[in-house]
Design a protein around this ligand. Structure first.
Ligand code: ARG
Length: 458
């Protein structure tokens, strides 16, 4: 007999049971469901809605059910549809008909919204911690690479040299905004929907604040219809997760490029790479590729959830059961990626010499030559044009700017003097970007100083 079977004259078609059941995925919510029920029953007792002894019996029963589920000793059935009704059935099996008092003044609609919030609350903390560990690993690489110069790119063409520390710190700040977004969203997740009932509230004299406090919520959802219909906290999480994945994916792409023979800037540790079944020489950056690839499914879950909710009238609709799998999958996909990234970054070998050689064999100091000529009185447009000609001449001669003799320089402009060789060296070019947030070593050191406290307070 179904818990809601009273008004039915026939058993449910088995295909309907199979199709509508969510137990095979929402069993993940078991501990949160029971945590919520324990708070609810304590409140029922306190408010005199059920007797002390019935309340105590139910609490004891729920604790037993929790242990049984945890140890895999409880049987969860598809015919009981979801985790909420399975737990209630198990409770009644455990303590008898008095277990039927648990659901007084409550609906599965406010119950499921509660479980989702309890689950997500923990996940937000876990993901923030994992993000912070990734920040730490990037920070360590930055500390070790305050003198490592590599080409900076725009359009994937060499543009101006930067410090590798600067490049690592760029990601530290991206992930910082990600942590901040999660922290900010926490306050919206951390509200209790319990007491909203099916949609309109309940006739029982419940104490919503008490339940909220028991469960360490910041307060209660103000509107019962909103409380049971709101899944924008899930959408917000999925969109924040999408942004995190996007950031990770960009870093993945750089790792993949840098690991190629063409770039040859880094080598990922053997422990974080895989081989080929056919080509013995291969060492592939699979983790980075897969994290980049899995970004697609995270975006997919966001679009899926937005589309599911679009056009749903208030209040609860069964469509909303679709909120779970995407959220669970996003949490595990993201935490899996982040957990791998911290040690992968920490153990990555940075090929400082190769980076330096790349800078020596490019024209990424051309802007500095143009700026030098401005110092000698040219307008920037004149100097830009002159340096363009010098670069073209170098390309024809298969040389770089630092390979030109002073005579060659002076054939383009008499105002170029011997100090040009100091101005155009990779270190000088980097250190000339001495503005707040620039790549000059002392500015990058400033970033590290500021970021240390920032990361610590996450
Ligand atoms: N399994 C359902 C879900 O996840 C629980 C709420 C069901 N409520 C209902 N009125 N059918 O959304």
């Amino acid at each position: 007999m179904k818990l809601w079977g009273g008004r039915f004259t026939k058993p449910t078609n088995q295909l309907v049971d199979e199709y509508t059941a969510s137990i095979h995925f929402d069993k993940k919510l078991a501990q949160y469901d029971i945590e919520g029920s324990l708070a609810h029953v304590k409140m029922l007792k306190k408010c005199g809605i059920i007797s002390q002894s019935d309340g105590d019996t139910i609490i004891e029963g729920l604790n037993t059910v929790a242990v049984k589920i945890k140890n895999g000793e409880a049987e969860l059935h598809e015919e009981h549809e979801d985790i909420h009704m399975n737990v209630e059935k198990l409770l009644i099996e455990e303590v008898g008909p008095v277990g039927g008092k648990l659901h007084t003044g409550r609906s599965r609609n406010d119950q499921v919204a509660l479980d989702m919030r309890l689950y997500l609350r923990e996940s937000l903390i876990e993901i923030s911690q994992l993000l912070t560990a990734v920040q730490d690993s990037l920070y360590k690489q930055a500390q070790e690479n305050l003198d490592t110069v590599l080409p900076g790119y725009t359009h994937l063409q060499r543009a101006q040299p930067v410090l590798f520390a600067h490049h690592m710190m760029a990601y530290v700040f991206m992930f910082q905004r990600d942590v901040e977004r999660l922290t900010d969203s926490f306050s919206r997740v951390n509200k209790s929907p319990l007491g909203a009932g099916a949609l309109a509230g309940t006739t029982f004299p419940i104490d919503r604040q008490y339940v909220a406090q028991e469960l360490h919520f910041d307060g209660v959802c103000e509107n019962s219809l909103d409380a049971v219909s709101d899944r924008d906290f899930v959408v917000e999480f999925l969109s924040n997760a999408s942004i995190i994945s996007m950031h990770l994916s960009r870093l993945c792409e750089e790792f993949v490029q840098w690991s190629s023979a063409e770039f040859n800037f880094i080598e990922l540790d053997d422990a974080f790479c895989t081989g080929s079944s056919m080509m013995p020489q291969k060492k592939n950056p699979d983790v980075a590729e897969l994290v980049r690839g899995k970004t697609g499914r995270v975006y997919g879950h966001l679009m899926g959830m937005l589309t599911t909710l679009k056009g749903l009238p208030l209040a609860y609709n069964k469509d909303m059961q679709e909120d779970k799998e995407g959220m669970f999958d996003t949490v595990s996909t993201l935490s899996g990626a982040l957990a791998l990234f911290a040690p992968m970054i920490e153990t990555m070998h940075v090929k400082k010499d190769n980076m330096y050689q790349a800078v020596r064999k490019d024209f990424s100091n051309a802007t500095d030559l143009a700026d030098y000529l401005v110092g000698k009185g040219m307008t920037f447009r004149e100097s830009h044009a002159a340096v363009g000609q010098i670069v073209l001449d170098c390309i024809n001669k298969d040389k770089y700017l630092l390979d030109l003799s002073l005579e060659e320089f002076q054939s383009f402009s008499e105002s170029i003097e011997a100090d040009i060789y100091d101005v155009l060296s990779p270190e000088a070019v980097v250190n000339a970007r001495d503005v707040a947030g620039g790549t000059a070593k002392k500015r990058v050191e400033e970033q590290l100083e500021n970021a240390a406290g920032m990361i610590q307070s996450n």
